[in-house]
Design a protein around this ligand. Structure first.
Ligand SMILES: Nc1ncnc2c1ncn2[C@@H]1O[C@H](COP(=O)(O)OP(=O)(O)OP(=O)(O)O)[C@@H](O)[C@H]1O
Ligand SMILES: [Mg+2]
Length: 358
């Protein structure tokens, strides 16, 4: 395979064509094509069991595909695994640190495995501990680390060899918001320094924060791909959530918005349980118009927020079907939603395949 240029002329750092991987009767990957342009972040969004970890394992040379091809930084996963491993970093879905070793020892050991001299391995370990705010905990065994600290140690470990291509498999699943923001900031920094990142996630919000482009997969198949903005437009943008100071005003507030007929604002619904009015919006202008309207009508507002569509809503918009294995509720279960029985709604989903890219 020759090195290809992507549509906009950039080089593909990761190039996947027709990738297939079966586990018995389960098609973990069922003909996946994707490209990650050099210096960008591709978000791979999918529910439990979609095939995300299987994809990352193939691209890391940890498992061989049954069919198809993949090149990373120009190296073929099957024919040039050793060269390929030298240019990648991997933060797996499950922390891979040695529990008994300290943070510093873990990083030192990996540096040595990557052929750094003892002096260089120590220096690199200390540099990364500092960068990931682990200097204070450096000498404590990893088993005493919190979930967020382990994730940071894992990320630090994947950076030791200065990889040009980084795989992050659900890097923030199970983390509290503060730690998640720290991980996001670190990923953004890596990208600013020139890394190419393939990031798997179950969170639309994470994809929007970090990714330039998105590939949505389900049951081993790509069901949509394109720029994040295109996909968001496809699924209907954000929901504006407004809580009136007086819950008795909910109905009147929703009616005022619906009846105003603001440009592009279809209407508002009442969420009685949340004591909020929900308004689907596509732009900041629409947000401003709705809030402005409520001000002129004299409504007193206690809270305003927006939220992105959940993975469930994304799937619903793309496929016309709900995910049936609890998307957006990461299970932390190693086998994911391994309930593949080949029947139910999945065959119809293929018929509804949508190409979001322009
Ligand atoms: N080692 C394995 N043996 C058998 N089946 C497997 C194995 N690894 C994965 N599978 C199956 O392949 C499918 C894809 O799994 P994979 O772990 O790639 O999904 P995932 O998208 O990473 O899910 P999650 O979000 O839960 O991590 C699932 O049906 C899973 O049960
Ligand atoms: Mg996984």
């Amino acid at each position: 395979m020759t090195k290809r240029l992507t549509d906009d002329g950039g080089h593909s750092a990761v190039e996947v064509r027709g990738l297939v991987k079966h586990y018995g009767a389960t098609k973990a990957l069922d003909g996946v094509d994707l490209d990650v342009r050099q210096g960008t972040v591709l978000g791979v969004l999918g529910p439990n069991g979609a095939g995300k970890t299987t994809l990352v394992r193939v691209l890391s040379t940890l498992i061989a595909p049954d069919a198809g091809s993949a090149r990373v930084a120009g190296y073929d996963v099957l024919r040039q695994p050793r060269q390929l491993r030298r240019v990648i970093g991997l933060t797996g879905q499950y922390a891979s640190v040695d529990e008994k070793l300290s943070g510093r020892e873990n990083l030192y050991m990996i540096g040595r495995l990557l052929d750094l001299s003892s002096k260089d391995a120590k220096a690199r370990a200390d540099e990364l501990l500092e960068r990931f705010s682990l200097t204070e905990a450096a000498k404590r065994p990893a088993q005493e680390y919190s979930g967020g600290m382990r994730r940071r140690l894992d990320l630090a470990a994947s950076m030791i060899g200065n990889p040009s291509v980084l795989y992050l498999d659900e890097p923030t699943t199970g983390l509290d918001p503060r730690t998640r923001n720290e991980v996001w900031a670190e990923v953004q920094r890596m990208v600013a320094e020139g890394a190419t990142v393939l990031l798997t996630t179950q969170y639309m919000e994470e994809a929007e924060q970090l990714a330039n482009e998105l590939t949505v997969i389900d049951r081993g198949r790509v069901i949509a791909n394109g720029k994040v903005a295109e996909l968001k437009a496809k699924v209907g943008g954000r929901t504006l959530v407004i809580r009136p100071t007086d819950p008795a005003a909910l109905t009147a507030m929703a009616a005022a918005i619906t009846e105003a007929g603001l440009d592009g604002v279809a209407g508002a619904t009442v969420d009685a349980k949340d004591e909020a009015v929900n308004v689907p919006i596509l732009s900041d202008e629409q947000l401003t118009a709705v809030v402005g309207l409520l001000g002129t009508r004299g409504f007193s507002i206690a809270h305003i927020g927006t939220h992105l569509p959940s993975l469930d809503e994304v799937f619903l918009a793309i496929t016309g079907k709900k995910t049936d294995d609890g998307a957006g509720q990461p299970s932390g279960d190693g086998n994911g939603g391994g309930d593949d029985n080949g029947s139910d709604t999945r065959s119809t989903r293929v018929d509804n395949e949508v190409e979001v890219a322009a």
